[in-house]
Design a protein around this ligand. Structure first.
Ligand code: FEO
Ligand code: CA
Ligand code: CA
Ligand code: CA
Length: 707
């Protein structure tokens, strides 16, 4: 039954087929499959809804047609998941579904150029050498086909893999020497770290771009490719968009506010419609320190810093303390301490360096000479990832984003410029066109299953107190507060269905969600532990991407299958999960779900599941046992949701991309325990990339089409 009264969402699928204005054969084929998916249920899309689907899968890349497999067969979404579910697993290795092969490549420390020593298990490699090694804690990534030195969205055999390195942990460095302890020093300097250890961490953050080529069992690095490059927390960057040159980003590093140094805490990944890599800055708070300076900067600035988590006289995460080495070079580490100095101005010290972090950051993998560009117009917050709605020629582009912290918001950005397919392959100059001028919105989810986008600009009278659009962007969270945005259970990845254009967002969990604070879109809180297992919400624009209205429901409630009170989606041992995080629609519309869990790990390590979602309104309205009414999608079955892979103990399974031919799936294993990823005979587990291929060399999940 249709969930919402909005008639835009209540057309039958005959209209869908008639509405397709393209002559794209892959697309037509997909629609036929779609009809069988929708059989028996209420159809969803209006003519314009489907008619506006582009010629590309949003996942494969800009301007590409949906790829075809080597057999010439069109790639269509399977109608059911036929593989045998991978069971719960708590061991130190990884398990993938029968018939598939999983291979670990590019572990942390791997040199990406010749002439550099291998990573050694004693962890003594020189810190700066990480400018030329794979960084730590691999996260979001994207595969870019490569041919004749350029972006080739249909090519799978050779490509550039752009990959995030989210953070560093204790496995990176030898046991630290903290003999510099000085209890008489100012609080943020009482414990000083060694320069080489901090350098290792600074350069093990950021992004790697590496060229890879297909092998019989997976992919391998092409060392010394001219495209191989690291962007780290020590690399110069360019600031762009509404906050560029504004007072909020002027620092001693660049008194004009046009640049900064370092990208940090790259988490989820995105692709731009023109074929560049959109990386993110999430928990950048951790690497900054702030001394006692409230009396210097005043209440307003103190509140801004506190809203972004950095209270007076604290270090974001003391384990980093990047500002502390005494044995560094002049100016090398100073800017991680943002304390405002008495008698100084913002261009004499580093008080605003913090404001130059927290952005969607664009990298052109095909232009290694270019700097990473921070796109300030998309707002400053703990960005998880960024996903675009399939573009329509002549219409603005729309990007969706989540702020991953408890009770933070979901945003979208609508470009001023209208899309043209001629911009594919145009690199960062095209980014300047679409990402620097536009409008930022924040989401309000009403309990009745509708929602509203509220504009974050000076045009919104609710934001009269903000002095400029630059202030609104740099302190987007505060603007969201002011307009009444809905506090979500930690928005993680966003992905847009290439079939329905519905936007899916993982809400990983929220230990602070109190029973009295549940709302329709975040309706669960149990046992004093809040929303322990998380859920996946989805929404659809009802007034077009530029409009301000949407409808939503909850695609999936994560839960252990035997926690009956919480298991609202009908999960079984074959598909139960906790804390969904990574999320990726592949080019065919298969939705892949990854977990970053700490609540179900006695039963199973983190995992990757495949799913075949239907559409908003395919379920029912229900009351949770906490008494909150919500709108839930159809219950899962093993045909529509199934565990495909389980990683090693202690890990998070994150980051996901697929080759255009859908024959290789790349995922990342973050912070494993035991000896996973260690060198032969070594003891240090390492993060790395896992390439999953079908043993018969075929298209992943295609068996269900053959059956
Ligand atoms: Fe870096 Fe929100 O995960
Ligand atoms: Ca994440
Ligand atoms: Ca997470
Ligand atoms: Ca992580």
């Amino acid at each position: 039954m249709p969930l919402h009264s909005n008639t835009d969402l209540d057309h039958d699928d005959e209209i869908i087929e008639d509405s397709n204005p393209t002559d794209n054969p892959e697309f037509a084929n997909m629609l036929i499959k779609r009809r069988s998916i929708l059989k028996g249920g209420a159809g969803l899309m209006t003519a314009s809804f489907f008619g506006s689907l582009p010629l590309m899968g949003c996942a494969t890349g800009a301007g590409t047609k949906l790829a075809t497999s080597g057999t010439g067969k069109s790639l269509t979404r399977p109608t059911a998941l036929k593989f045998t579910a991978v069971p719960h697993y708590t061991g130190g290795n990884m398990i993938v579904a029968d018939g598939y092969h999983a291979e670990l490549i590019l572990p942390m420390g791997t040199p990406i150029v010749s002439g550099l020593g291998k990573w050694t298990d004693d962890r003594m490699v020189v810190g700066k050498s990480f400018k030329y090694r794979m960084g730590d804690n691999h996260d979001g990534m994207w595969f870019f086909g490569l041919k004749n030195g350029s972006y080739a969205p249909d090519v799978s055999e050779r490509g550039l893999l752009a990959m995030n390195h989210e953070y560093t942990n204790s496995n990176l460095n030898p046991i630290e020497n903290y003999s510099n302890q000085d209890d008489t020093a100012p609080k943020i300097f009482q414990k000083r770290r060694l320069a080489n250890d901090v350098r290792r961490e600074i350069h093990a953050h950021g992004v790697s771009v590496v060229e890879i080529k297909r092998t019989p069992t997976g992919y391998e690095l092409i060392k010394d490719s001219p495209f191989n490059k690291r962007y780290t927390s020590g690399t110069p960057t360019r600031l762009s968009g509404v906050a560029k040159g504004s007072e909020f980003v002027k620092t001693r590093l660049d008194p004009q506010g046009l640049s900064s140094v370092g990208i940090n805490n790259q988490c989820g990944a995105g692709l731009s419609p023109w074929g560049t890599y959109l990386t993110t800055e999430e928990n950048f708070l951790n690497v900054f320190a702030r001394g006692a300076d409230k009396g210097i900067i005043g209440d307003k600035n103190d509140k801004r810093l506190a809203r972004y988590g950095l209270k007076e006289d604290t270090i974001g995460d003391p384990a980093y303390s990047w500002h502390t080495p005494k044995d560094g070079q002049a100016g090398e580490f100073d800017h991680w301490d943002i304390t405002a100095k008495a008698g100084k101005t913002a261009t004499d010290d580093y008080r605003h360096t913090f404001n130059t972090f927290g952005y969607i950051t664009e990298i052109d993998p095909f232009n290694p000479k270019a700097k990473a560009v921070k796109r300030t117009s998309l707002g400053r917050f703990a960005h998880e990832n960024c996903a675009f709605a399939p573009p329509n020629e002549g219409e603005p582009l729309v990007f969706y984003m989540g702020d991953d912290a408890r009770g933070e918001y979901i945003y979208k950005f609508v470009s001023d410029a209208k899309w043209t397919n001629a911009d594919v392959g145009g690199g960062l100059a095209v980014g300047d066109k679409y990402l620097d001028k536009g409008t930022l919105f924040v989401a309000v989810f009403h309990d009745d299953g509708t929602g509203q986008w509220r504009e974050l600009s000076k045009k919104n009278p609710m934001l009269a107190d903000f002095e400029s659009d630059a202030e609104i962007a740099v302190f987007a969270r505060m603007a969201g507060d002011r307009v009444g945005a809905t506090k979500m259970d930690r928005p993680e990845w966003v992905s847009v269905s290439p079939i329905t254009r519905e936007i899916y967002v993982t809400l990983t969990n929220n230990s602070k969600r109190k029973e009295e604070d549940v709302n329709g879109a975040n309706p669960r809180s149990y046992d004093g532990k809040g929303n322990q297992h998380g859920h996946i919400i989805r929404f659809a624009e009802t007034a077009g991407g530029v409009g301000d209205k949407f409808v939503w429901d909850i695609y999936l409630f994560a839960s252990p299958h035997d926690k009956h009170e919480q298991n609202l989606s009908g999960l079984t041992a074959e598909n139960d999960l906790s804390s969904p995080d990574g999320l990726f629609f592949d080019p065919r519309g298969v939705l892949w779900i990854q977990t970053d869990d700490g609540a179900y790990t006695k039963t199973t390590n983190c995992m990757l599941l495949a799913s075949l979602p239907n559409h908003i309104g395919d379920g029912a309205t229900l009351s949770t046992t906490t008494g909150k009414t919500t709108h839930m999608g159809a219950k899962a079955t093993p045909d529509t949701l199934k565990r495909f892979f389980v990683g090693p103990k202690g890990c998070e399974v994150t980051g996901i991309t697929m080759t255009p031919d859908c024959k290789a799936l790349f995922i990342n294993i973050q912070h494993p325990e035991g000896t996973f990823g260690a060198v032969a005979g070594g003891k240090t587990p390492r993060s790395g990339t896992v390439v999953i291929t079908k043993k018969d060399g075929g298209v992943i999940l295609a068996e269900s089409l053959d059956g």
